[in-house]
Ligand binder design. Structure first.
Ligand code: FMN
Length: 188
């Protein structure tokens, strides 16, 4: 697919299915992620891949990490268990924040965010679907521990990647003038 078409027409795809994302496809997604802009080349981004039966184990972790999970309805418990099963591949995008005199934390988070966007676009370019999600699990310390994260790590997103299952939404045509102005200096 043409690059500009990917950038202007991509939509997020919540309904995803198998087959599994091949190693070759995964490598393209991750190489795209690692081409994100990165101030001072600090390389703050880390990507954890969860696929196959490991998704079930992550679902169990989501359930047990939820405060008061034993009191949740069977339906809510199942929802947590099923979360990682929403796509054949789950990429956990993490920013490993470093102290740096010129690169504040926000810039490191933005760099990982740009990496996530590159994953979304690369998936779309390969005819795959993907969606960036966060939710409570992204900030749950027990989830971070189960994922083997360090104290300085921030989960920027759970990126679900799979084959498009169902119809795609039409991206809205946003009027540029609502968002863009051409700045002119004030005349004195
Ligand atoms: C940082 C971030 C976190 C998000 N978290 C969620 C989420 O937890 N659940 C969800 O359904 N959508 C979430 N979204 C929104 C979707 O990824 C997507 O952007 C939205 O559905 C709009 O679709 P579009 O990308 O096709 O415009 C998040 C988006 C961003 C940028």
């Amino acid at each position: 697919m043409e690059a500009l078409q990917v950038l202007t027409e991509r939509v997020s795809v919540p309904q995803l299915t198998g087959p599994d994302i091949t190693r070759q496809q995964q490598e393209i997604l991750l190489r795209a992620a690692l081409r994100a802009p990165d101030h001072a080349w600090l390389r703050p981004s880390r990507y954890l891949l969860v696929e196959g039966d490991d998704r079930r184990l992550l679902g169990e972790c989501f359930l047990r990490a939820t405060p008061g999970w034993q009191e949740l309805s069977a339906e809510k418990q199942q929802r947590l268990l099923n979360m990682p099963l929403r796509a054949p591949l789950l990429i956990v995008a993490v920013s490993r924040i470093q102290e740096h005199p010129k690169v504040p934390r926000d810039e490191q988070l933005l760099s990982t965010g740009a990496g996530v966007q590159n994953i979304l676009n690369a998936a779309w370019a390969m005819g795959l679907g993907a969606i960036w999600r966060t939710g409570d699990m992204a900030t749950n310390p027990k989830v971070a521990e189960a994922l083997g994260l360090q104290a300085c790590d921030v989960i920027v997103g759970f990126v679900y990647v799979g084959h498009i299952n169902g119809s795609l939404k039409q991206p809205p045509e946003l009027p540029l003038d609502d968002f863009v102005t051409r700045w002119k200096p004030k005349s004195s």
